[in-house]
Design a protein around this ligand. Structure first.
Ligand SMILES: [Mn+2]
Length: 449
């Protein structure tokens, strides 16, 4: 696995360099310094949150746990990797990487961050620094730190993945699928939400801080809370449904997967089962729309029409057609988030609204859809999530009762279904040139089955 990915890294790095060449030329810089970052501390404490590397640094080098490292790049030259390995007997110093990808860099090991200064020396060059440099770097002679035009250029391109990045995301998807299977088994065996989470982490082989985001693991009504991260410790709670939104990371690239399970179909309200089946079917239909040239906003609006159709069909929404329910806001009572987002190094990857690589204009969200995170047209290599949801959320149902939309809601049905919380199904889908999307998530589940 790793070997095949290594073979792709060289071409990936060439792409990253070519991107930097164009960005630097356009913005008038002679070179780039990308700083991995430094762990912070909690207020009045000598401990801090887990280190998270600068995503730009990960774009260049798959080093997730290496603070105070630098990539320095001058167009036309081999990129330089300055690797910080402190003399430290309190912690295990990071191991100097020797994997195949390191051959693409001139690697220098330093003991102190300050040792990097001479190696990065700008001379008379205009170097742009990307990252969160500590105060002492102010004297290092960088011409700019995080210049907006440069970042916008680099961010815009990151939507479309290189073959190397797609390979990493396939592996992140495989790991996530392995975790989901273990989690579902733990749920069926009677584990608490917390224990399901532990089963997930064990199966994936990642610590919590190594996951791309905090696991959402919810039984019953908890599934109606979009970002429910409480991880209940009790087993003897109502658990008619199990919603799990959990991903994994490989070489800094994320997967983002959601599945909803029922405890026992025979004991589940038939209307809820009908909605589960409808959501599965419409989710696949939406995945099929991930095609070059498609406006992602149209996929979001299609999701509203399809979910509205499911709600009308199941008798949750009455007194209007599916089209009307998608127009008048009723579908939004049950589906109050966007259909998905860009995925990559960041779970909600950057530049989802960018009209172009200038960073100056955004593509507006459709009116009334303020949580949509992606409004761009799709192109080959772009990876998005497709995550339709349908929930029974008290806050939004109360609002509907007050704003008049309540007259389209069959309240007896809603009250009957509320204990199930909700449904979300989320896959990671790559847009391809052939027009047939690659569903990284479904492929991963199929491979491990
Ligand atoms: Mn997502």
């Amino acid at each position: 696995m790793t070997d095949a990915i290594d073979l792709l890294f060289s071409a990936h790095l060439q792409h990253v360099q070519a991107l930097a060449d164009r960005a630097l030329e356009r913005e008038g810089y002679d070179g780039l310094v990308v700083y991995s970052g430094r762990p912070g501390l909690h207020f009045l404490d000598d401990h801090g949150p887990a280190f998270k590397a600068n995503p730009h640094f990960l774009h260049w080098a798959p080093l997730q746990e290496a603070p105070d490292c630098f990539v320095r790049y001058l167009p036309g030259r081999r990129p330089q990797l300055v690797f910080h390995q402190p003399a430290d007997y309190w912690h295990k110093p990071p191991t100097v990487p020797t994997a195949a990808w390191t051959r693409e860099f001139d690697l220098t090991v330093i003991r102190e961050p300050a040792d990097a200064r001479g190696l990065l020396d700008a001379g008379n060059r205009r170097l742009a620094c990307i990252g969160e440099p500590p105060a002492e770097f102010a004297e290092w002679g960088f011409s700019a730190t995080n210049p907006a035009g440069l970042l916008a250029y680099l961010h815009y391109d990151r939507a479309a993945k290189t073959p190397y990045e797609l390979a990493c995301m396939r592996e992140a998807s495989r790991l996530g699928a392995v975790g989901h299977v273990a989690a579902a088994a733990a749920y069926r065996a009677g584990a608490s939400e917390f224990e399901v989470h532990q089963a997930y982490c064990s199966a994936v082989g990642l610590r919590e801080q190594e996951l791309p985001y905090g696991n959402i693991i919810a039984f019953g009504e908890g599934a109606a809370i979009l970002h429910y991260t409480t991880l209940g410790r009790r087993r003897d709670v109502p658990r008619p449904t199990f919603l799990i939104d959990a991903g994994a990371q490989f070489r800094g690239y994320a997967s983002d997967i959601t599945r909803t399970h029922v405890a026992d179909a025979a004991g589940t309200d038939p209307t809820f089962l009908e909605l589960m089946a409808a959501m599965e079917k419409l989710q696949l239909e939406l995945c099929a729309a991930v095609q070059p040239g498609f406006d992602y906003r149209e996929i979001h609006l299609l999701a509203h029409r399809l979910i509205a159709g499911a709600l009308v069909q199941a008798g949750v929404v009455t007194g209007c057609t599916a089209e009307q329910a998608a127009e008048n806001g009723v579908s939004g009572v049950f589906f109050p988030h966007g259909i998905g987002h860009l995925l990559g190094i960041q779970v909600h990857d950057v530049a989802g609204l960018a009209a172009d690589d200038s960073g100056r204009t955004e593509i507006p969200r459709p009116t009334g859809h303020r949580y949509l995170r992606l409004t761009r047209r799709l192109e080959p290599g772009v990876v998005v999530t497709i995550e339709p949801g349908l929930y029974f959320i008290d806050l939004l149902l109360d609002e509907a009762q007050q704003n008049g939309l309540g007259r389209y809601i069959a309240w007896d049905v809603v009250r009957r279904l509320q204990p199930y919380g909700g449904i979300r199904i989320e896959d990671d889908v790559a847009c391809t040139a052939s027009g047939t999307p690659e569903n990284l998530t479904r492929d991963a589940f199929a491979r491990i089955a």
